[in-house]
Design a protein around this ligand. Sequence first.
Ligand code: NAD
Length: 486
Amino acid sequence: MQNYIHGAWRPSSATDFLTVVNPATGEELTRTPMSTPAEVDEAVRAAAAAFPAWRRVPVTDRVQYLFQLKTCLEEAFEELARTITLECGKTLAESRGELRRAIENVEVACGAPTLMQGYNSEDIARGIDEIMIRQPLGVCAIIAPFNFPAMIPFWFLPYAIATGNTVVVKPSERVPMTMQKVFGLLESLDLPPGVVNLINGGPDVVNALCDHPTVRAVSFVGSSTVARHVYARAAASGKRVQCQGGAKNPVVILPDADLAAAAEIVADSAFGCAGQRCLAAAMAITVGEAGAAFTDAISQKAAARVTGDGLDERVQMGPVITPESRQRVERLIDRAIADGARPIVDGRNPAMPERLRGNFIRPTVISGLPFESEVARTEIFGPVLSLHHVDDIDAAIAIVNGGEYGNQASLFTTSGASARRFRYEAEVGNVGINVGVAAPMAFFPFSGARGSFFGDLHGQGRDAFEFFTQQKVVVERWPSHWSRRF
Ligand code: NAD
């Protein structure tokens, strides 16, 4: 894996590497260099040098590169989807899904000529006009997690460059191959050197980006612990920062819900991407008599899910990302059981075919986990759903709002009044009504609240145009007696 700096591929001078392994087979794929702070500085300087000319390129011309990028991404679609599955483990259908959302962000960013417009008022006082214009910030850093190697950098990159900024992207060191391929496509666009830069590495690279005086903004997605750290560290050096963090997403099932449909949708949410989605359902809270029927239906869905190598089109769920991650998830299931939970469907230590030496856990459903257990508050980030039961919607909403995180909450019901109440009262950034993964389209912000988000403006959509521009207000007076009369 190489870095891409000032329009050229550069081997890193790193002495430390992380071996990247196919999570399904255990085969070594590549090695990620842990680039040094000096290399970060080189990438930031390249981006800074490119900025003055790039911001002067008319926005209508800047978006032409994005139209071309969309075509390149469509042409490379299947190859990119395969790469995501190889390094990340999700199924091909899931890889195609995230790639589609990545492309959709490019499409939305093509609206920059309209969407980055300011506004104005004539005669705010006699003969005086006032205008607000949006200008780019400068060098923007984009730091991504492992679970969406293609999509998440695209929550930021197309908007940043469409609005006239230059960028340094740091992918997750665990899945570096997808961005390497994407940068191959960016290279083919003949963007001015330095507009887009790629730097591989881990925490040292992140910290160097947070501290670098020339970086003006940081967009981060990852776990809440690191999100908090990045938010504080980058803000301390005066940067604009947006940090999307972890989650523990509840779904509430009312007795009037279509329980068969709810079980199908919640299973896709809890076990899709092997539970490694920040919008994955982690806790299902049944209300009243929904409990028994939903428990049966979800357990059947969990037990029937086909687990294996994501490259096999018949597979419905791949492995988790690393052996350490698998051990961690299994330890949390052990802990939940020690704390009083009962495994209804137990996915630990599954027997897999010889070729699949990866990090497999089958879907797991537990019930009776006490809310006091630490596991009930911990983001498991694996295919584990815990079932809880309460008597009424008040108790369910109290649980939704009682946790640390606020990424997503879903309600399953056929009652409009219950749906409206839930939408109104749930203290989360993304709400699903009869929807298990309420992933916002690219023209909406990817929201998030409380312990799941640190900042003001989110990724995607109009928020992205706001984040990547600073407002400048101009108050103008042009008295007519100063000008020659014609
Ligand atoms: P992570 O926090 O381990 O890593 C994210 C990025 O931070 C990586 O680029 C990594 O190199 C860097 N990093 C890791 N440790 C660091 C440290 N100590 N100091 C500085 N930088 C560090 O996250 P992950 O395991 O790659 O991704 C999974 C997490 O991301 C989950 O918690 C998931 O919920 C979250 N996530 C959130 C969203 C959202 O929109 N809210 C979306 C996707 C994933």
